[in-house]
Design a protein around this ligand. Structure first.
Ligand SMILES: NC(=O)c1ccc[n+]([C@@H]2O[C@H](COP(=O)([O-])OP(=O)(O)OC[C@H]3O[C@@H](n4cnc5c(N)ncnc54)[C@H](O)[C@@H]3O)[C@@H](O)[C@H]2O)c1
Length: 379
């Protein structure tokens, strides 16, 4: 089989997210990791490549050399798609140059560090007709895909309330010591961008609301918490959202919800019923209504939608986890690269990335201007 040649930028042995992408890319036997730059330190870069069995001849000193050398290789042997897994501030310059040189891109979120950069990438992507995924990982879970499918089919009726919460606590042990907090790139505006909590996890919650409902948030009002005067980026935020005059909701995100792990929870309420789902128990989807007992839907059964079962590899009862969710996103990108039939929403795309950046900027603006309502219109 002609596997897709995948390059990786960042995601070295010292990284959090690298292993998730490597495992995900292998899950359906569609990709081979062909080369990349895993780490800015050349020795660490090469020793990591040897450790994971990647040909060191395609592992380069730095990103510019990657582009220079890869573009000399005949197109049929060249890396076709590149995953950008570096800290946020490198997403834009890397993705831009990749698009300009004819590569397809899989980019970690947040897409960039500003909305204008995101718009620039969007226009380049259109110009080069590139496949571009933004890895909002949680959309890859079978039960999330099932929710989206059933909401689109009208299972819940007209949506009237959306409540998405993403609570973590990992910054609590870091933030109270000024010296320790300086060592965290997610708290450094030069590396993280204009937001920490909303940029890192609030954006997942926002994307989830639009992904599931198929509707766009039209305006928001935010209240952010930085805890200390010498900490410029938010650690916690509550954001009221309005899809319309009668469809409203709330996004709550925190990195200082002490003791919380990766608590992304979703509740979508419609006139006929509601879905409730938690990332930490991703194989259980609750369906609640006024007139029937609460029901539990699990993956791997004939009664679950095709899009959910397409992302389920084993019979019911074998838990699908975060690696499987990312694997499904890579599978969606592989289908797009090979022009195969795909379901709606198999991978989060450029529009999700651009909307995410608009959301981050408007949340910061609303908070700065005294917690006021601001519109979320694409330019
Ligand atoms: N989708 C998700 O659920 C999810 C989860 C965690 C992180 N992320 C995103 O993934 C990205 C990386 O986060 P992380 O937590 O893995 O960061 P990290 O700090 O743990 O790892 C970053 C990696 O990038 C490498 N790197 C840094 N500069 C580089 C350069 N110039 N060239 C090549 N490699 C370079 C580092 O050596 C390291 O291996 C962030 O944008 C983050 O928002 C997404």
């Amino acid at each position: 089989m002609n596997k897709i040649k995948l390059g990786i930028l960042g995601g070295g042995g010292d990284s959090l997210i690298g292993v998730l992408h490597r495992v995900a890319s292998n899950m359906y036997d569609r990709y081979e990791i062909t080369g990349g730059v895993f780490n800015p330190n050349y020795d660490e870069n090469i020793s990591f490549a040897k450790k994971i069995g990647v040909n060191t001849g395609r592992v380069y000193d730095d990103f510019d050399t990657f582009i220079e050398e890869e573009t000399k290789i005949p197109i049929e042997d060249r890396i076709e798609v590149v995953s950008v897994l570096t800290p946020n501030f490198l997403h834009f310059p890397m993705a831009k140059k990749l698009l300009e040189n004819g590569f397809h891109v899989i980019c970690e979120k947040p897409l960039t560090t500003s909305y204008n950069e995101a718009l620039e990438l969007e226009s380049l992507q259109k110009q080069h007709e590139a496949i571009f995924a933004v890895t909002y990982t949680y959309t890859g879970y079978p039960m999330v895909r099932h929710m989206k499918h059933m909401i689109a089919k009208g299972e819940l009726g007209e949506i009237q309330k959306v409540d998405v919460q993403y609570y973590q606590g990992w910054i609590n042990p870091v933030i109270h010591d000024p010296e320790v907090r300086k060592t965290v790139w997610r708290l450094d505006p030069k590396k993280a961008g204009i937001s920490s909590c909303i940029g890192d996890i609030g954006t997942h919650a926002f994307q989830m609301t639009e992904y599931l409902t198929g509707m766009e948030v039209k305006s928001i009002l935010s209240d952010l918490n930085m805890l200390y005067d010498d900490n410029s980026l938010d650690l916690d935020g509550t954001v009221l959202i309005r899809f319309s005059k009668t469809v409203k909701g709330v996004i709550r995100a925190s990195q200082i919800a002490t003791g919380e792990e990766n608590g992304l929870t979703v509740a979508i309420y419609g006139k006929k019923g509601a879905f409730k789902w938690e990332q930490e128990n991703p194989n259980i989807l609750y369906h609640i209504t006024d007139d029937k007992p609460k029901s539990i839907i699990k993956p791997g059964h004939a009664f679950v939608s095709d899009v959910a079962n397409d992302g389920t590899k084993l019979p019911g009862g074998h838990p699908e986890g975060i690696f499987d969710a990312m694997g499904n996103i890579y599978k969606g990108v592989a289908k797009a690269l090979r022009s195969e039939n795909a379901f709606d929403g198999e991978y989060p795309n450029m529009n999700d990335g651009v909307r995410g950046m608009l959301f981050i900027e408007k949340v910061v603006e609303s908070n700065k201007n005294g917690n006021v309502w601001v519109h979320l219109d694409n330019q």
